[in-house]
Design a protein around this ligand. Structure first.
Ligand SMILES: [Zn+2]
Length: 546
């Protein structure tokens, strides 16, 4: 069925001013853009007083981890998102072998409170399985570095040998041949956290030299040392492999306005020197934290329950956990850093109790939404903090997802958002039960409502550019992200006065308001604010020539 969208304000995604026009969609393409279009064989959508924009592209999603069971991807499609970029932070469902399977059942399921995880040997096989099942949204895959390295080295904390490196190159080639857009890393999680920079450079050379793909990284540091350990490493990788590099979910924990400025100026400078660095961002002050994977060392997962029960191993874990928490003090003045250990402990624990929020767990759903201090009081009233926390982690079998107020709008998020090189990504999940970070449901409408309409940080046209053509150009998607003749018909129609996110930390599973229609590959997937169950999404394939 052809579709004619009448009387809308077309904001085409390039950043140029909106204009009144009708749009004709035939099959999966935009075929006419003109005023006064008529039809006698098309479905007509009246878009009077509405904005007609390209479907939003989510530059950072973990939706791939559960897309087979949540294939309508309601949380994202209802936001106007028509393409998810997935395989992020070095984590994915493919490629896999026995080593990855052991590692996943022990670690990555705990990372994202996933259950019944099934892994696929190759990205190609996973893509084919998804296509067969049918999905509502388009997916653009990255190759997760964590899988690649674990396939060959398991959790070994040592550099790869030349032979192992060659085996990893072969796996990366396989993913790129299947149509992946590049390589992703998660350098705070194992095995990213134990991977030397040189190894990443070698794999990026394959991605760039042989496939013209890109590098997308959850950086090694997103706090006080972001300049050298975070962006510095990313730039070194970009320079030495010649690859186009992208910063995942840019954030500067505990940033002063000065550090934020330094980061922005640093990126601007390297961009002027010719390195096309970009970043994506979500509009929330609380970040997501998979506490088990972040806090516990890889060895703990080998015999998880036993290690967290045996007094001897537990003592070691408590000591290592303390080191993990102490890193949050890094950005603070030397007076704090030089305090006696007990004083530092007190300080950091009171921070953790107040600012770490339990978002989703496997068993004790009744404490979801509570801050950690409160949650532990309810569950383990008599235990000391670190003991209670380790009990909690053990009793939930490691499946705990927290949020932490790690960022400040005024000192970092708002000024990062306004930068030309920053696009939008949710860092969201597709879940079928429990709570989720509100970013999974609210990111795009929140920006259009709060940052664009209310605070006027950028124009509506620029806000939409950050959600569409900018992202498409980073990925090298030539036929999406702009409303123009011949492009694929991924379109969102919304009311710029009414669009609004509704998801909160306490009640995240709420769809936004003010989004009337979402069209994906020429099929109306959301109509009058309701998901129709249409499965017309595709797996997008990267092409060398892009
Ligand atoms: Zn990440």
């Amino acid at each position: 069925m052809n579709i004619l969208i009448k009387n809308g304000l077309v904001i085409d995604g390039t950043g140029s001013s909106g204009y009144k026009a009708d749009i004709m969609i035939e099959n999966d393409k935009i075929t006419k853009i003109k005023t006064g279009l008529k039809t006698n064989n098309s479905q007509i959508i009246d878009a009077s007083n509405k904005v007609v924009a390209p479907g939003f592209i989510d530059m950072h999603s973990h939706g791939d981890l559960s897309i087979l069971s949540v294939n309508k991807a309601e949380a994202t499609v209802m936001q106007g998102i028509t393409t998810l970029v997935v395989g992020m932070c070095g984590i994915g469902m493919a490629p896999a072998n026995e080593k990855v399977r052991n590692y996943y059942s022990n670690l990555v399921t705990k990372l994202f409170t996933l259950q019944d995880v099934k892994l696929y040997d190759t990205i190609k096989e996973y893509m084919e399985t998804i296509s067969k099942k049918g999905i509502s949204t388009n997916l653009a895959f990255f190759i997760p570095h964590g899988n690649v390295r674990t396939c060959i080295l398991g959790m070994d904390d040592r550099p790869a040998t030349p032979e192992e490196l060659e085996e990893m190159r072969v796996i990366v080639r396989g993913g790129m041949e299947a149509g992946a857009f590049g390589l992703s890393t998660g350098l705070i999680y194992p095995p990213g956290s134990i991977t030397p920079t040189e190894e990443i450079i070698e794999l990026c050379k394959v991605v760039h030299d042989e496939y013209n793909g890109i590098y997308d990284s959850h950086m090694r540091d997103e706090g006080a040392n972001i300049l050298d350990r975070g962006i510095g490493e990313l730039i070194r990788i970009a320079k030495e492999s010649n690859i186009k590099a992208h910063i995942s979910h840019i954030k500067i924990g505990g940033a002063s306005p000065e550090l934020t400025n330094e980061v922005i100026n640093f990126i601007k400078k390297v961009r002027e020197e010719g390195l096309p660095i970009h970043a994506d961002l979500y509009p929330y002050e609380e970040v997501g934290l998979a506490i088990s994977a972040a806090m516990l060392r890889p060895w703990v997962f080998d015999n998880f329950m036993e290690n967290l029960t045996n007094p001897e191993t537990r003592k070691k874990i408590a000591e290592e956990s303390l080191q993990y928490f102490f890193q949050f003090l890094k950005g603070l003045p030397p007076q704090v850093q030089n305090l006696p250990k007990e004083e530092k402990e007190k300080l950091i624990f009171s921070f953790v109790k107040q600012y770490f929020r339990v978002m989703s767990v496997m068993k004790n759903h009744h404490i979801e939404g509570k801050y950690l201090g409160r949650a532990l009081k309810v569950l383990y009233p008599k235990r000391k903090f670190i003991d209670a926390l380790l009990d909690f982690i053990r009793d939930e079998q490691g499946s705990l997802f927290f949020t932490v107020k790690f960022m400040d709008e005024k000192t970092s998020i708002l000024s990062l958002f306004q930068q030309k090189f920053v696009c939008i990504g949710t860092d969201g999940f597709l879940t079928s039960e429990g709570q989720s970070h509100p970013r999974s449901y609210g990111t795009f409408p929140r920006i259009l409502a709060d940052y664009v309409r209310e605070r006027k940080l950028v124009s509506l046209e620029e806000g939409i550019r950050k959600m569409t053509s900018l992202t498409a150009s980073i990925l090298g998607l030539n036929d999406r992200g702009i409303i123009k003749l011949g492009n694929k018909a991924d379109i969102v129609i919304f009311d710029p006065e009414l669009i609004k996110d509704k998801a909160t930390y306490k009640n995240s599973r709420q769809y936004p308001e003010g989004i009337n229609y979402v069209i994906i590959n020429g099929e109306i997937t959301v109509a009058n604010g309701k998901h129709l169950g249409i499965l017309n999404g595709q797996i997008l394939k990267h092409r060398k020539s892009n």
